[in-house]
Design a protein around this ligand. Structure first.
Ligand code: C2O
Ligand code: CU
Length: 472
């Protein structure tokens, strides 16, 4: 393990600025995050600049001119609203990744809404049923806008406070920047046809290896969100005392110890999240480093430093996270469907409307290349009855990994033809090369739900479709 990337300690003030808006910032004591019965966070998607690597990176996309998209906090079972204004020159649409919203709030262009044009706005409203760590990103011009910065963490607070002292969200992603901190090509055809195009700079909350503080001996909830368009993380925290308590927004029935080494790291593919319960070191100034395996030496993502006198907390003082209200599929009577993910003959992508195209097809679902994030003019991959239990076999015919994401519904992986599965509720499952995964779910949310690879270059070059759940 190497420590070659120096960690920078950020002050609370800088942290607040970096996170966008006071009450929405990561790292605030929970007492400051209490919410009224309805919460509202309006967002204006706009051009931005920020010193990602030192020099100011221009041409970014955020919800403020000089800060990353904020951590949006809302409460489980309480109404949330957001007016999303678009001041970019391109169209956009907002998707709330992992949240089981009504179909019209899902932000998928042409499938659930008309894209938001320049100068236009769209009102989103939903009541989150599930507490946990989720995220948000555009679903139109997705490749450009995500690569330029527009990805943010969304936190749904449990109805009952689990008892942490500190809550820090890390938005993990890369940027493709040159030595002067300016964007280079956001993707390459070579990458799109293979594992995706990787960034040149790894960041957490738009900074390289930022530092955060938490009370010595205190209980920290660390929320990790992989919002990169390509990178699969493998997270470990050497010396950390604590457990992984939730994955992909859903509490684990059996939490497990925080991985200490690169080989056992928690795999977080694009779209996935992990919640860690950590007891901070007892003595002031001691620190923990959040690391990821990477090609070559492991890399530092962020540093957590103990501050102040020992608060003497104990992990057993935490209230276990209550399970989210997810319907249990009836496996004996489940309908079985297979989806095959593979290559496609290289061709021209069908017209993708106003949401951008990469200009090629490389990928397919059920041997058909689908048009990007818009799915305009196509039919569903499969149609289900409301309330039907299903087992979907996701079969990867390619030698590449694909994080497969399903909107609007929550599933669990129940079997793999290659490995032991640590099964939990999720919205995104990483399909290994040539792997078949069986996922089980209840089709309990009516609508047309996008179903695609979360390596955005794959999504935009054919690996994207939708399933339909009939209303009643
Ligand atoms: Cu996180 Cu269809 O996306
Ligand atoms: Cu893929």
């Amino acid at each position: 393990m190497s420590k070659h990337v120096p960690a920078r300690l950020v002050t609370r003030r800088r942290l607040l600025k970096a996170a966008g808006a006071g009450a929405l910032a990561a790292g605030l004591p929970l007492s400051q995050g209490l919410l009224a019965a309805e919460s509202r966070t309006d967002l204006t998607i706009q051009p931005a600049s920020f010193p990602v690597t030192g020099p100011v990176t221009r041409g970014m996309v955020s919800t403020s001119p000089d800060a990353p998209p904020p951590v949006i906090r809302m409460a489980q079972h309480q109404a949330f609203r957001s007016r999303v204004n678009n001041t970019l020159a391109d169209h956009t649409a907002m998707h709330w990744h992992g949240i089981r919203v009504p179909n019209a709030m899902d932000g998928v262009p042409y499938l659930t809404q008309i894209p938001i044009g320049p100068g236009e706005s769209y009102d989103y409203a939903f009541t989150p049923q599930d507490a946990g760590t989720f995220w948000y990103h555009p679903h139109c011009m997705t490749m450009d806008q995500m690569a330029l910065g527009f990805t943010g963490v969304l936190v749904v607070e449990e109805a009952e406070d689990p008892g942490f002292d500190t809550d820090i969200a890390l938005n993990l992603r890369d940027f493709r920047l040159n030595g002067e901190g300016q964007f280079i090509d956001l993707w390459t055809a070579r990458g799109a046809a293979r594992g995706g195009t990787f960034g040149t700079v790894m960041t957490a909350n738009w900074q390289t290896a930022p530092g955060y503080e938490a009370p010595s001996g205190g209980l920290l909830r660390l929320r990790l969100t992989a919002t990169d368009t390509t990178r699969v993380y493998q997270i470990f925290v050497p010396g950390a005392e604590g457990q992984v308590i939730a994955l992909d927004g859903h509490p684990l029935e059996t939490p497990f110890a925080i991985p200490q080494t690169e080989e056992d790291g928690v795999v977080l593919s694009p779209g996935q999240r992990a919640d860690l319960a950590i007891r901070m070191p007892a003595s002031e100034g001691q620190s923990l480093t959040v690391m990821t395996a990477a090609p070559g030496p492991a890399r530092q993502l962020a540093t957590l430093t103990a501050t102040g006198p020992d608060t003497g907390r104990d992990l057993r003082e935490l209230r276990p996270l209550p399970p989210n209200p997810v319907a249990i599929p009836d496996l004996a009577n489940a309908r079985r469907e297979e989806f095959v993910f593979g290559w496609s003959p290289i061709g021209d992508l069908p017209d993708n409307g106003l949401c951008g195209t990469l200009g090629y097809t490389f990928w397919s679902i059920n041997r058909q290349a689908w048009p990007g994030d818009a799915v305009a003019g196509t039919g569903p991959l499969a149609t289900f009855r409301l309330g039907e239990s299903a087992v979907l076999r996701l079969r990867n015919e390619s030698p590449n990994r694909h994080p497969i994401h399903l909107h609007g519904l929550t599933f669990r992986v129940i079997a793999s033809n290659q490995r032991e599965i640590r099964s939990h509720w999720t919205d995104t499952a990483l399909l290994l090369p040539e792997e078949s995964l069986d996922i089980a779910l209840v089709m309990d949310n009516p609508g047309d739900w996008a179903f695609h690879c979360h390596i955005i270059e794959h999504q935009k070059t054919g690996l994207a479709g939708f399933i339909r759940v009939l209303d009643a």
